[in-house]
Design a protein around this ligand. Structure first.
Ligand code: 13P
Length: 251
């Protein structure tokens, strides 16, 4: 089965709404002939400007987080309903920075994944090991636990449509990209875990990205690996030229 590659930019806490609009107006021209799926995950406050700037283009807008409740006394939080109303189609869930700095757990990741589907938003679920876990030889075990925890109670149809991003923490923002073999090994393990939990068909449908210091130089070898269906790109997604090269991957 051939899966369509999906390349997402995770802007993290970068760009103001006006900067986002300007950047995306340039990017939409630059990527207009690319056939891969292209996503920009922008800060909450940039969403209205971003959705407007990419209207009618091949770029989709994602949020970088959401709460699992519909509404209520959760000061500072944003619900799936609010995001859907703004035109959001994807949401990053469980990024390692959220797990590390904002106490996200496999359990809250799972709650958020369910909530995203309730609003017709596709989750991009992040998993990844720390350097000490890799050095201790427990990467596979850790990744399996994260994947299983994230997917609890989701249907085969839901899992077939979502995206899992493998982002080794030691590779994020460090300039130390995983080798294509290291990335493939874990992405293939994620697919195997999905096969065990669901079926061959679901595991062949789910798209798995690699993220962690992806650059215009490293992306094509990574994306050519059999179980890597694209990338979740941080730093390099903030530059039109670099992100266009990365998103424009061709076999
Ligand atoms: P960098 O590409 O900057 O390493 O960030 C990766 C990442 O965390 C994307 O979600």
């Amino acid at each position: 089965m051939s899966r369509v590659k999906v390349i997402a930019g995770n802007w993290k806490m970068n760009k103001t709404p006006s900067e986002a609009a300007e950047f995306l107006s340039e990017l939409r021209e630059s990527v207009k002939d690319i056939k891969n799926d292209i996503i920009a995950a922008v800060p909450f406050v940039c969403i209205p400007a971003a959705v407007q700037a990419v209207s009618g283009s091949n770029i989709k807008i994602a949020a970088q987080n959401m709460h699992w409740k519909d509404k209520g006394a959760y000061t500072g939080e944003i619900s799936g309903g609010m995001l859907k109303d703004l035109g959001i189609e994807y949401v990053i869930i469980g990024h390692s920075e959220r797990r590390e700095y904002f106490a996200e757990t496999d359990e809250t990741v799972n709650l958020k994944a369910h909530a995203a589907f309730e609003y017709g938003i596709t989750p991009i679920i992040c998993v990844g090991e720390s350097l000490s876990q890799r050095d201790a030889g427990i990467t596979a075990e850790h990744i399996r636990i994260q994947v299983k925890g994230a997917l609890v109670g989701l249907s085969a149809e839901q899992v077939s449509s979502l995206i899992i991003a493998y982002e080794p923490i030691w590779a994020i923002g460090t300039g130390r990209t995983a080798t294509p073999e290291q990335a493939e090994e874990v992405c293939s393990l994620i697919r195997e875990t999905v096969r065990e939990l669901y079926s061959e068909a679901v595991s062949e449908a789910v798209r798995i990205q690699y993220g962690g210091s992806v650059t215009a130089e490293t992306s094509s070898v990574l994306f050519s690996m059999p179980d890597i269906d694209g990338g979740l790109v941080g730093g390099a997604s903030l530059k039109v030229k670099d992100f266009t090269i990365i998103a424009g991957y061709k076999k």
